[in-house]
Design a protein around this ligand. Structure first.
Ligand code: SF4
Length: 738
């Protein structure tokens, strides 16, 4: 079935479904909450709303309510498995602090308001700011956690409808470096793999990826590999993944670019280059080879802390592998030179011909459930389908496909996340719309960020909860439906479009983000622009249309019904692809997306990190995921008792035994962790998992980003979360309370 949803679509109020609010808002029917299309008792597969693995969860619905779930046994991604967050995905929906009504700040307090009042206030204040300071004075920050249709609607509304110049997503914090790396090397942001490659490799190289914790279902795919692969883990810490791998390269923090160039040097030296592939399908290898000539094992050993023999042994393992796959995630992306590190990984795959074949690839694993949707359809850093704002022909193409005036489309992509914050500090951006992200917790140096947000004339926050660190500062709060309470699609790390179904009612007056955006469009006076966007499924048809002819073409998908029945569909899937194999990797024909069809080698000099260690700040602060049971800022996962029981409630810091002794700190002591930006308390975990001179803090705790450093990669503008200089002080024993 691909038909439209029945009209009128209703809004829930006081437990009753009514279209009253839609009428009050001055809009046509169809603005409100979508009734579930599920039978009162049924099992509905829904793609998970946390990480980008994209597992499917079978939600069991009884009498119209979701009562439990189990991992979908036949879904090709997870095949009956889920991590703790997936198993408990329903719990955060029932949290007592869910937002059930819009809120307006009056006399310093957030007070209940109607939807028309809240949206009207937002519109009048944003309009007033725009009239005084120009359209660039209002911006938005969005998320990789909402559906593709929602982020596309937001981008179109904000930039083409409301005239905003600047808008970005929190995907900037996790994937931007991989995006820029792929664009430079392949000519398009195109992760080339399928998850099946994890089961087909005989050598798996994981760089900056704690897969056991961050993407546990992918680790299960590694464990299902029947070829007994070498699993080489490059990470400063002895993570769970490093402990489970066959070889751990415990490099010094941020020396990965040296190591990767050293491996390239060693591979060239031993004649392990696939000269035929390089000559036929790439450009720039000679320059790259000349660049890495000085990265001898001895030089790289001195920069990484690894033995020269270990570097040569790993090069030999890669050379001997018939199917070598390289995988990376935040340890690479969140770096002052993350783009170049990712491009060095891609270079290793290209020079050894490990791409476009079973079990190979230079494979970035995405963070959030819909980071890929954001990358290609959010209208933040690019136009739909990877087109560019700066290209007049591509602007014209998109305008024609949308049936809109080309002049509405901005001629530049606008500012990145950190630049928007800088613009607020300079008084240029004065109104901010934050959607589904907790900036005041998740952005580095959050102490400084707090002052930044205080500069705003109007902060609008749209979220499931009014209690987040960001929402509690809002002038206008818009209550949003969560995962499972709305429809749409997510696109996972392996380019698979999966379906999000509505299996539970949103509480009170909370609305799907899609419908909130439509209310705002009506209130702004641009509702007619979205006459084709009547429902998420109708919006999906719009996206199929605008994807046509791009590398991420999804025009051949037969609507939500195919997604519901097929286990998701990987892009590209243009019209006429119905008989394509279910699992498809890119570049099997050796053609890349640059105009000459060749992949490019891209390289640079390694640069020192932004903050040197010193006598006052002698420790390198690392941060990352601490538990598979918690998600980012814990906005949702902290609401679940089961998940809370699986991860320490109190912040902890990993300290090496050497530093424990040097600082007089024992296991369980209460310590202060400080950087130039601030201080937090944490419980000491003295462990050989971190090397001397390094400490590790899980990112989930609210204090962690008080310490992190707001420095970004110059190419991707992704923050380097894992690179500050810190110190420790014991403030109490195990009995002390924080
Ligand atoms: Fe959800 Fe990711 Fe866990 Fe799968 S691995 S259940 S997608 S959080």
């Amino acid at each position: 079935m691909t038909g439209r949803l029945p009209a009128p679509i209703l809004v829930r109020r006081g437990g009753q479904l009514t279209d009253e609010l839609a009428r009050e808002a001055g809009g046509p029917p169809g603005l409100g909450q979508v009734p579930s299309r599920l039978a009162p008792s049924s099992i509905a597969p829904v793609v998970c709303g946390y990480c980008a693995v994209g597992c499917s969860l079978d939600v069991h619905v009884r009498n119209g309510r979701a009562v439990s779930l189990s991992p979908s046994p036949a879904y090709p991604v997870n095949r009956g498995h889920a991590c703790p967050k997936g198993w408990e995905a329903l719990a955060p929906l029932a949290a007592p602090d869910r937002g059930t009504v819009p809120l307006l700040r009056r006399g310093g307090q957030l007070e209940p308001a109607s939807w028309p009042e809240a949206v009207g206030e937002m519109v009048s204040r944003f309009r007033a700011i725009g009239e005084r300071h120009g359209p660039a004075a209002v911006a938005f920050l969005s998320t990789g956690q909402i559906a593709t249709e929602e982020m596309a609607l937001l981008g179109t509304l904000a930039k083409l409808g409301m005239g905003m110049v600047h808008g970005d997503g929190n995907t900037r914090q996790c994937m931007a470096s991989a995006v820029v790396a792929y664009q430079g090397c392949f000519g398009f942001d195109a992760p080339p793999y399928t998850y099946a490659d994890l089961e087909c490799s005989d050598v798996i190289v994981l760089v900056g990826s704690n897969m056991c914790i961050a993407h546990p279902i992918l680790w299960e795919r590694v464990c299902a590999n029947p070829h007994h692969p070498e699993v080489i883990v490059v990470d400063p810490r002895l993570t769970e993944t490093a402990a489970a791998g066959t070889r751990h390269l415990a490099i010094w923090p941020k020396s990965d670019l040296w190591l990767l160039y050293g491996l390239a040097h060693a591979l060239i030296a031993r004649g392990a280059v696939d000269a035929e592939f390089v000559a036929a399908h790439t450009s720039g290898f000679e320059g790259f080879a000349a660049h890495v000539a000085r990265f001898t094992p001895e030089v790289v050993s001195a920069r990484t802390g690894l033995a020269a023999s270990a570097i040569l042994e790993v090069a030999n393992q890669i050379a001997a592998g018939r199917r070598v796959s390289f995988w990376w995630t935040m340890g690479v992306n969140q770096s002052h030179e993350g783009v170049r590190v990712a491009q060095a990984i891609i270079a290793l795959a290209l020079m050894t011909g490990n791409i476009g074949r079973l079990g190979t690839g230079a494979n970035s694993i995405t963070g959030q459930c819909n980071a890929m949707g954001s990358r290609q359809f959010s209208l933040t850093t690019g136009l739909f389908g990877g087109r560019r704002f700066e290209d007049a022909a591509e602007r014209a193409e998109v305008a024609e496909m949308l049936g809109l005036d080309e002049g509405l489309i901005p001629r530049s992509k606008g500012l990145a996340y950190d630049q928007i914050l800088g613009s607020i500090r300079r008084g240029e951006v004065r109104g901010l719309w934050v959607v589904g992200t907790n900036t005041a917790h998740s952005w580095p140096d959050r102490g400084a960020l707090s002052s930044t947000l205080a500069e705003l004339e109007c902060l609008v926050v749209q979220d499931m909860y009014p209690t987040t660190e960001t929402a509690s500062r809002a002038d206008v709060y818009l209550p949003a439906a969560g995962w499972g309470e709305k429809e749409g699609t997510f696109i996972n790390s392996e380019r698979r479009v999966g379906l999000l179904q509505r299996v539970a009612p949103a509480p009170g007056q909370a609305l799907a983000d899609f419908h909130i955006f439509r209310l705002v469009a009506e209130a702004w006076g641009v509702g007619p622009m979205f006459r084709d966007w009547t429902s998420p499924e109708a919006a999906f048809e719009v996206l199929q249309r605008v994807s046509r002819g791009t590398p991420c073409d999804i025009s051949g998908i037969a609507g939500y019904e195919q997604l519901r029945s097929s286990g998701g569909v990987q892009w590209p899937y243009p019209e006429g692809t119905a008989d394509a194999p279910a699992e498809r990797r890119l570049f099997e024909d050796g053609r890349f997306y640059h105009p000459d069809g060749r992949a490019r080698f891209v390289w640079d000099e390694p640069h020192a990190g932004p903050e040197d260690l010193s006598a006052q700040w002698p420790l390198r602060l690392l941060s990352g995921r601490g538990s598979s049971a918690q998600w980012h800022t814990q906005t949702r996962t902290s609401k679940c008792a089961v998940l809370a029981g699986l991860a320490p409630a109190e912040a902890y810091v990993q300290i090496s035994p050497t530093d424990g002794e040097a600082f007089g700190i024992a296991e369980g002591d209460l310590v202060e962790v400080s950087t130039r930006r601030g201080t937090m308390t944490a419980r000491a975990s003295v462990t050989a998992a971190v090397g001397p001179g390094q400490i590790f803090l899980p990112m989930h705790y609210v204090g962690t980003n008080r310490l992190t450093l707001e420095v970004v990669d110059p190419h991707s503008r992704q923050p380097s979360f894992k690179d500050g200089a810190a110190t420790l002080r014991r403030i109490g024993g195990a009995e002390a309370s924080g």
